[in-house]
Design a protein around this ligand. Structure first.
Ligand code: ADP
Ligand code: ADP
Length: 236
């Protein structure tokens, strides 16, 4: 479970990216985060994973605070969170399989595969994840030879192979053909059904209401809506 308490992020230029946000995410929830551009969605996700540092507040992951954790403690908490970026953030000169393995081991060595440095159990985990996202026949292809949709599926496999309790996805469809939105959301939903909590930033409201158990709405850094899709009214 994730408990966010009084989370505030003030950027060095004085912008309030987040303003006293309080929310608990239960295990296994599928949550979509909505709001206009600049509302704080990305800052919210990035603070949870410590890609951004919060200014104040707490982010408890199964009771342990990641907001100001350091060193080994921070690394161990971050391993429980898979992050999916709008721009995939893959290493394009590596194969799909190597990207997933690099994520799993946090190990960016392009000779590791050739040198057999990956434990067989990790290779199997990575292959299983790539198979789940429909890329069984593309595992040894360099990522720069894959389509955008395939690259995002590699990124999802990389997140899942880490065996996280939580997946954060920051506008994962924004760089893709809208036709692929249901593929990406469907994959996130299928991993959610295995028990992984999912938090997705999304700007297409119809997708949020179609997939989410719960919607968080942000405006100017504040949480202004927290409820099921059925409770959304047209003026939210
Ligand atoms: P969203 O993801 O909803 O579009 P963001 O979290 O990116 O919103 O941004 C929230 C607010 O914080 C916006 O006003 C944005 O301009 C500001 N912001 C985001 N990143 C930075 C930064 N690195 N420095 C200063 N302000 C930032
Ligand atoms: P997105 O929110 O879709 O990722 P943005 O254009 O808002 O794209 O942000 C791109 C990058 O610039 C992000 O790393 C964000 O943190 C940063 N950023 C956003 N707004 C500001 C800002 N007002 N000042 C400085 N950096 C910003």
């Amino acid at each position: 479970m994730i408990q966010v308490q009084h989370l505030t992020k003030i950027y060095p230029n004085g912008t309030r990216g987040l303003d006293d946000v309080n929310v608990d995410i239960q295990d296994g929830e599928f949550v979509c985060v909505i709001g206009l551009s600049g509302a704080g969605k990305s800052t919210f996700l990035r603070c949870i994973n410590r890609l951004n540092d919060a200014t104040s507040g707490q982010i408890l992951i199964d009771g342990e605070d990641i907001a100001f954790a350091q060193g080994a403690k921070l690394r161990s908490l971050r391993r429980r969170i898979g992050f999916i970026f709008q721009q995939f953030n893959l290493t394009t000169r590596l194969t799909a399989l190597e990207n997933v393995l690099a994520g799993r081991l946090g190990y960016h060595n392009r000779f590791a595969g050739a040198l057999g440095l990956y434990p067989e159990s990790d290779i199997q985990l990575a292959k299983d994840a790539l198979t789940r996202v429909g890329l069984a026949d593309r595992m040894t292809v360099r990522v720069d030879q894959l389509s955008g949709g395939q690259q995002q599926r590699v990124a999802i496999a990389r997140a899942v192979a880490q065996q996280p309790t939580l997946i954060l996805a920051d506008e994962p469809m924004a760089s893709l053909d809208p036709k692929l939105s249901n593929v990406i959301m469907g994959l996130l939903k299928s991993f959610n059904q295995d028990g992984i909590s999912v938090l997705v930033n999304i700007h297409v409201l119809e997708l949020a209401t179609a997939y989410a158990d719960r919607i968080l709405g942000f405006n100017q850094g504040r949480l202004v809506f927290d409820g099921p899709p059925s409770a959304l009214t047209p003026d939210v």
